[in-house]
Design a protein around this ligand. Structure first.
Ligand code: HEC
Length: 97
């Protein structure tokens, strides 16, 4: 995702409150536990256990998860398409090292 900006994506994640449901390794508060811990998300093969972890699908998922995976408990989030690409780029920086 060459045109996407991971630092901008992290700002979006903080602004819209993704951390109220997820743990992100570089966000100290909040550290919500309703959704999966995203500390090693970059190396995961599937999104939500169902769709391949690809940049285009991840951007679509973080913006409107129920449209991609009917029945998922991850809600649609109030972010633009551009922001969803930045968020996806940020999520691909998250890995155990
Ligand atoms: C109200 C709580 C809530 C909020 C807010 C939320 N999520 Fe989620 N998220 C979930 C839940 C619950 C799941 C598990 C869904 C499933 O497996 O179908 C999930 C799944 C995910 C996944 C897939 C994880 C995996 O292991 O496959 C990603 C990535 C993700 N969320 C990112 C985000 C991002 C980025 C935001 C902010 C834009 C966000 N979430 C906001 C609850 C939330």
């Amino acid at each position: 995702m060459p045109e996407a900006d991971p630092a901008a994506g992290r700002d979006v994640v903080q602004r819209v409150g993704c951390a109220s449901c997820h743990v992100f390794p570089d966000i100290s508060w909040p550290r919500g536990a309703l959704g999966p811990n995203l500390g090693d998300f970059a190396d995961q093969g599937l999104i939500g256990g169902r769709v391949p972890n690809r940049p285009d699908l991840l951007a679509a998922f973080v913006r409107d998860a129920p449209a991609l995976i009917p029945g998922t408990t991850m809600p649609a989030m109030p972010i633009s398409e551009r922001e969803s690409r930045d968020v996806a780029a940020y999520l691909y920086t998250l890995r155990d090292r």
